[in-house]
Design a protein around this ligand. Structure first.
Ligand SMILES: [Zn+2]
Length: 139
């Protein structure tokens, strides 16, 4: 993502490198938005700060990629792309990769937290790790 990410994302990556999850927050209307914009999409003021939140998200939706568009990702398949919501940042939905989970264990609404331990500053890629529930016993 380094080639395409603009400077407007830099506070997000800086926060990730520091083990925090931050999103743009409008001090005027008190709402979050995503992705980063110079002016608030809700009230059009430029009074925006980056607010740290509780980084645990909730899985809104996901897909399992079996055949990537880019051959560079062939050795990573299957991989999971998830859309996360954050109770601490209403209105934000973040597209990310989910790691360390079996694809058939994924459920709507499951909690996921940033895998800060896997964050790679060179690649600017923050992945999330679901908090897997214990397997249900069949006995
Ligand atoms: Zn606003």
């Amino acid at each position: 993502m380094t080639e395409t990410a603009g400077d407007e994302f830099q506070p997000f990556w800086d926060a990730a490198a520091a083990g925090e999850l931050r999103f743009p927050f409008c001090r005027s209307c008190q709402k979050f938005h995503w992705y980063p914009m110079i002016r608030c999409p809700h009230c059009n003021t430029a009074d925006i700060s980056w607010r740290a939140i509780d980084p645990t998200g909730s899985l809104y939706s996901w897909t399992v990629v079996q055949r990537p568009f880019d051959a560079a990702f062939n050795d990573r398949t299957p991989y999971v792309v998830g859309l996360l919501e954050f109770p601490d940042a209403p209105g934000v939905r973040l597209i990310t990769n989910l790691v360390d989970i079996e694809t058939d264990a994924i459920e709507f609404g499951m909690a996921a937290a940033p895998a800060f331990d896997l964050y790679d500053t060179a690649e600017s890629r923050l992945m999330f790790r679901p908090n897997v529930k214990p397997a249900r016993s069949l006995e």
